[in-house]
Design a protein around this ligand. Structure first.
Ligand code: EPZ
Length: 424
């Protein structure tokens, strides 16, 4: 298994180009199921999760082609032909690799009236059930049962619009229901919907395909079903989590770098939290410039958008590990998203866990160590810690990083980091 070796202590300086958003692209790809036409996505990142989703679509019969018109390393175009779909079963072997696989359920039901989709099961950051997805689809008229680890859903007469009130905010359930409702008869209202920028990106793509959607980005989304959707071309939004991750890496090394293509308007409370910790964030014409004065402790609590994102919690904790004073980091979205804490502690961080909160007492300097993590964001937090630490850090199990960060080592090395990938 490949590893990353870092010699810490070099401030990151230069430009870092931000890629297309993983968590938007995965759902946009699932939208190809809703049309008999061709959906083309541009600004698609080169990530393991994107390839897994492409395999999932191919297993349904959809023809998928990656194109790189601007040569190696440039963002990809992805061309998907929904008209070739000939199977409505999403197998365990693919869905188990990536929870987002359950996002084919709504589109399959809406377009083909049936679906058999493997239950995704738990994952390292928590149990992560899909009950809200299923209850919402049932309100739209789907009949659903569980059989041998699969969700078996049918809607023999098609789906019908309904009012769906989510008991709490779920990004995936909002997306699944929004896609399903585009082809339902009549009007669907999603109440207490997620407001994440990826929801807006998906709605924009669906609208380009002919869907009638209002209110995406607010807590109430109204969808008027249409007979059919056409093909379209859509550019994936820039990745706000990749943006926040590099911003924290630059700050942790007390560097000065510009994140090219970043969209600060999609970062929500993350910018205010970084500023409260002493990070200087300047909006520049094509992105954000990040510098850092003295880092000071600040309290952070994860919340649905526009609150501080859970997907930046681990990175923020790595940053706050070397701030002056104490910080309280509280995780409210997932029940088990502190796996980075023991690893950061091995690098000299002073962190105490109390239930859903972590008390971080800043130390003068972290020290390099051998570390590993069990999920994507925890892994990248260890890279940030390694960049800031004194000495050598080896991050093991980096296949997690390949799921969500494109050419991480190359982008960081271009800003002066001493980092290399070691094939294992
Ligand atoms: C998306 O997951 C993201 N994944 C996650 O990013 C992100 O952490 C999360 O949203 C929250 O922002 C993708 O977009 C592929 P949820 P999702 O449904 O949609 C509970 C990363 O690192 N819940 O908003 O699965 C759930 O267990 C990943 O890139 C139910 O109880 O998240 C969680 O506690 C990790 N029942 C909370 O709701 C349900 O039916 C929010 O989950 C659905 C969710």
């Amino acid at each position: 298994m490949d590893k990353i070796r870092i010699i810490g202590g070099t401030p990151l300086k230069g430009n870092i180009r931000i890629g297309g958003a993983k968590n938007s692209a995965l759902k946009l790809m699932c939208a190809s199921i809703l049309t008999d036409g061709v959906l083309t996505l541009t600004n698609v990142p080169r990530l393991a999760d994107i390839r897994t989703t492409a395999q999932l679509l191919e297993s349904l019969g959809i023809e998928v082609a990656f194109e790189t018109p601007d040569g190696d390393g440039a963002p990809q175009r992805l061309v998907m032909n929904g008209g070739t779909l000939n199977n409505t079963v999403a197998e365990y072997d693919i869905v188990r690799k990536m929870r987002a696989g359950v996002l084919v359920l709504g589109p399959l039901l809406a377009k083909h009236g049936k679906a058999r989709v493997s239950l995704p099961g738990g994952c390292a950051i928590g149990t992560r059930p899909v009950d809200l997805h299923l209850k919402g689809l049932q309100l739209l008229g789907a009949e659903i049962e569980l059989d041998g680890g699969y969700i078996v859903a049918v809607a023999p007469n098609g789906l019908t619009g309904a009012e769906v009130t989510f008991p709490f905010v779920s990004v995936g359930a909002t997306e699944n229901l929004m896609m399903a409702a585009t082809l339902a008869k009549g009007t669907t209202r999603l109440i207490n919907a997620a407001r994440e920028p990826e929801i807006v990106d998906l709605a924009e793509c669906l609208k380009a395909m002919g869907a009638r959607i209002q209110g995406a980005g607010s807590d109430t989304i109204e969808i008027q079903g249409v007979e059919s959707l056409n093909g379209a071309e859509h550019a994936v939004m820039p990745d706000r989590i990749e943006t926040g991750t590099y911003a924290m890496a630059v700050a942790a090394t007390r560097g000065d770098a510009t994140l090219i293509g970043a969209r600060p308007d999609t970062l929500g409370a993350a910018i205010a939290s970084m500023e409260a910790a002493g990070v200087i964030v300047d909006r520049v014409p094509d992105g954000m410039r990040i510098r850092c004065g003295a880092l000071v402790g600040t309290d952070v609590m994860t919340e649905p958008y526009p609150g501080f994102p859970t997907d930046l919690q681990a990175q923020m904790m790595a940053l706050l590990s070397t701030a002056q004073g104490a910080s309280m980091v509280t995780e409210t979205i997932f029940e088990n998203r502190f796996m980075h804490v023991p690893e950061l502690s091995r690098m000299g961080a002073s962190i105490n866990l109390h239930g859903r909160s972590a008390m971080v007492r800043g130390v003068h300097r972290l020290t390099g160590a051998q570390v590993m993590a069990t999920d994507l964001r925890a892994s990248v937090a260890l890279v940030i810690a390694g960049l800031a630490a004194q000495g050598e850090t080896i991050v093991n199990r980096i296949y997690h990083l390949d799921r969500g960060y494109e050419r991480l080592d190359v982008k960081l090395a271009a800003c002066g980091a001493q980092i290399e990938r070691i094939a294992g």
